[in-house]
Write a protein that binds this ligand. Structure first.
Ligand code: FNR
Length: 360
């Protein structure tokens, strides 16, 4: 099999990953590709998808599957969005501005990191699809409050509080590389990241002692719906619904926080069952194929987010590269829906999966 040598030859997301690795400094590549500890959870995210099997239904007459889906009152072109990843300017000077433009062309949402390399205002100007702000809560609450006020002002639609990161996980590739932000790359919306190791910065600034009262605090300072990112236990999902969050993101941070936690698709069914449709349940971690999206829907997700592949697309082909990554995933998903006899996103239920038992 010949592999893609240039953006024009790209067929799948693995091609983008290979091309990105060729273009990026090894330390930057490792910061993006790496995860915590032995990277067991990173591997588990992929292995779990590989273990699951779709069982198509035939002669269903659904020639043109529809990918559109509604989440928090907005229509997305597909049940897919961009997960928050820090510093898009590490791979391309246009950074999050190009990513937002690509997400807009694809009609898909973009969750912007607290550590975006471009200003919220510039990102919002380039956007035409929903923008959500990923929030890390700092010990200095006024810094967090200011971030949120600016995002509200810029027209962001929702807050996504990351709850799996009282500090950053032990990412051994970064430790061995002595990774620090290169000159010219820093967080555009908060002070103090220049030339620093992201993990040292987090250790100094993150509020490591958050409890459930943070949800009420966020609600008191902003009118935006609040989602929690990093839920892995059904009891936490229940608590989140009880305190009134507007959505959950089942995530293990792409394996970058606690190594050894399960693959997200493996905990998804229990969480979806606990939430029972009360709020949207999203998932991220290891989604690299359209069939991964369909499998996630079948296991109870309302939509999925992708992290690293977007950075690969941005590194290789700027805005067009990100758009290509999103287009490939949506095309693959539509293809899988057609071949499964699934007409709409709502039809993608557990009956599609061998592992959930075949019911007549
Ligand atoms: C992340 N992730 C992340 N999450 C978050 O809540 N805030 C952040 O700033 C970041 N930054 C970040 C940087 C990089 C380089 C990566 C790879 C990841 C985690 C991210 O939102 C998401 O959970 C995972 O990336 C999803 O897994 P995949 O799609 O990368 O396998």
């Amino acid at each position: 099999m010949t592999e893609a040598q240039a953006p024009g030859d790209v067929v799948d997301l693995a091609d983008f990953a290979r091309l990105a690795q060729q273009r990026l400094e090894p330390g930057v590549w490792d910061f993006i590709a790496g995860a915590a500890g032995d990277e067991r959870t990173l591997a588990a995210n992929r292995a779990a998808f590989d273990r699951l099997h779709l069982v198509p239904r035939v002669l269903t007459g659904s020639a043109r599957p529809a990918a559109e889906t509604r989440v928090l009152g907005r229509t997305w072109a597909a049940p897919l969005g961009i997960a928050p990843t820090a510093y898009h300017t590490l791979v391309n000077p246009d950074g999050e501005v190009a990513t937002a433009a690509a997400a807009g062309s694809a009609g898909l949402p973009f969750v912007v990191s607290t550590f975006a390399g471009r200003s919220f205002e510039d990102i919002a100007k380039a956007a035409s699809a929903p923008l959500w702000l990923q929030v890390y809560c700092f010990r200095d609450r006024s810094t967090t409050r200011r971030l949120i006020e600016r995002a509200v002002q810029a027209g962001f639609d929702a807050l996504v509080l990351t709850v799996d990161a009282p500090r950053l996980g032990r990412r051994q590739r970064d430790i061995r590389n002595g990774f620090r932000l290169p000159i010219g790359v820093s967080a555009a919306n908060i002070a103090g990241t220049d030339g620093r190791s992201p993990s040292d910065h987090a250790l100094d600034e993150f509020d490591a002692g958050l409890d459930w009262s943070v949800v009420g605090w966020l609600r008191s300072i902003s009118p935006l719906p609040i989602l929690l990112k990093g839920i892995l236990h059904p009891a936490d999902a229940r608590r989140a619904v009880d305190v009134g969050v507007s959505g959950l993101l089942v995530s293990n941070h792409g394996g970058r926080q606690l190594d050894g936690v399960p693959a997200t698709v493996d905990v998804l069914p229990a969480i979806a069952a606990e939430v029972a449709g009360a709020v949207p349940v999203l998932l991220d971690g290891g989604v690299r194929r359209g069939i991964d999206i369909l499998i996630s829907l079948a296991l109870g997700a309302d939509a999925v987010l992708v992290g690293r592949p977007v950075l690969h697309g941005l590194a290789v082909g700027n805005q067009e590269g990100v758009q290509q990554v999103l287009d490939i995933l949506v095309d693959e998903m539509l293809d899988a829906m057609l071949l499964c006899g699934t007409a709409t996103v709502a039809d993608a239920g557990p009956q599609l999966l061998l592992e959930r038992g075949l019911s007549p």
